[in-house]
Write a protein that binds this ligand. Structure first.
Ligand SMILES: CCCCCCCCCCC/C=C/C(=O)SCCNC(=O)CCNC(=O)[C@H](O)C(C)(C)COP(=O)(O)OP(=O)(O)OC[C@H]1O[C@@H](n2cnc3c(N)ncnc32)[C@H](O)[C@@H]1OP(=O)(O)O
Ligand code: NDP
Length: 267
């Protein structure tokens, strides 16, 4: 008989952008599975309470530390890596989650606007992966999970900067999987469709109370925990033969509904 191994207990994971939304759900899910998590955001006031909540939770076996770190700044990422190793001794898993966007037509995006989004999504992933990857390569390997987006797979108007940065993350994932396999490092990616998070609620005005439950199979909006569960799978030994892949999680439309009807934005 084969006993599947979805276990992440005892591993140490860095999760970037974990003060809310998908990153927070990933950190909570990994900690519930027994992993120790080092979580960051730009504000200790925002990420500190998340670490406290994980440490106080009865159902989370893993411990959490919070680090104030703007992932666009390489020296701050180095500090995140150093503090994680000082606290937990190693880095087994890196989840490059921090990211974001604004929606604007290509011709209205300034040079600085373009740079901002590429720095936030792509260059931050490069900083974290190079610096945490150094620890993994010198140790016993590791697992890296990147957050792309369906916008990195398909075109959408107003998303040129975001889509380009998220598409690049998919190719970076594929390349690193090949380059770093010899170091015992697996690199995979998740491409979410629309997920209800504080960031998206703010942008789209989506009411989390009106969210369809996970049991609903015909929906275009997902829960942050549904992405966290995919990440947990990729971070576990069960995904041992997955390397360089991008898993899409985007649901399906309700028959006859427009996207905005699916999202409850119109009748
Ligand atoms: C097939 C399935 C169907 C489903 C289809 C749905 C697909 C789902 C897609 C979901 C997409 C979700 C994407 C997400 O990432 S969700 C995360 C949500 N959270 C956020 O995006 C964060 C919100 N945004 C921000 O916090 C900020 O905008 C940002 C971090 C991105 C930038 O902030 P920062 O303070 O660093 O930057 P500045 O404000 O100083 O601006 C820097 C330059 O950028 C220009 N800018 C900023 N906003 C805009 C804008 N709205 N339009 C144009 N330009 C903008 C700004 O002017 C600065 O440039 P200049 O100095 O030249 O002026
Ligand atoms: N929600 C969605 O529909 C989709 C999201 N994604 C991707 O998933 C990831 C998470 O999205 P989501 O949860 O919706 O985002 P949210 O805006 O809800 O949360 C973003 C998180 O990232 C942190 N963050 C933002 N900028 C930085 C930075 N420079 N350094 C460190 N932390 C930062 C924020 O913390 P703080 O403000 O405290 O710094 C916050 O914790 C992103 O990469 C996004 O592009 C992909 C597809 C769809």
């Amino acid at each position: 008989m084969h006993d599947s191994d979805f276990d992440v207990a005892g591993r140490t994971a860095i999760v970037t952008g974990a003060s809310q939304g998908i990153g927070r759900a990933i950190a909570e899910t990994l900690a519930t599975g027994g992993a120790n998590v080092a979580i960051c955001s730009r504000s200790m006031d925002r990420v500190g309470p998340v670490a406290e909540e994980i440490n106080d939770a009865d159902d989370a076996d893993g411990q959490a530390i919070a680090v104030e770190c703007n992932v666009r700044e390489r020296d701050q990422v180095q500090r995140l890596v150093d503090e994680t190793v000082a606290e937990f001794g190693d880095i087994d898993v890196l989840v490059n989650n921090a990211g974001g966007e604004f929606v604007a037509p290509f011709e209205e995006i300034s040079a600085n606007g373009w740079q901002t989004i590429v720095d936030l999504n792509l260059n931050s992933t490069v900083h974290c992966t190079q610096l945490a990857g150094e620890v993994m390569r010198e140790g016993s390997g590791g697992i890296i999970v990147n957050l792309s987006s369906v916008n990195g797979q398909h075109a959408a108007p107003g998303e040129s900067h975001y889509g380009a940065s998220k598409a690049a993350i998919i190719r970076l994932t594929e390349t690193l999987a090949v380059e770093w396999a010899e170091h015992g490092i697996r690199v995979n990616c998740v491409a979410p469709g629309l997920i209800q998070t504080p960031g998206v609620a703010e942008t789209l005005g989506i009411d989390s109370e009106a969210m369809p439950p996970r049991e609903a199979t015909d929906r275009r909006i997902g829960h942050a925990e549904e992405i966290a569960d995919v990440v947990r799978f990729l971070a576990s030994p069960a995904a041992s033969f997955m390397n360089g892949e991008t898993i899409t999680a985007k649901g399906v439309p309700r028959a006859g509904n427009s996207m905005s009807q699916d999202l409850g934005l119109e009748d």
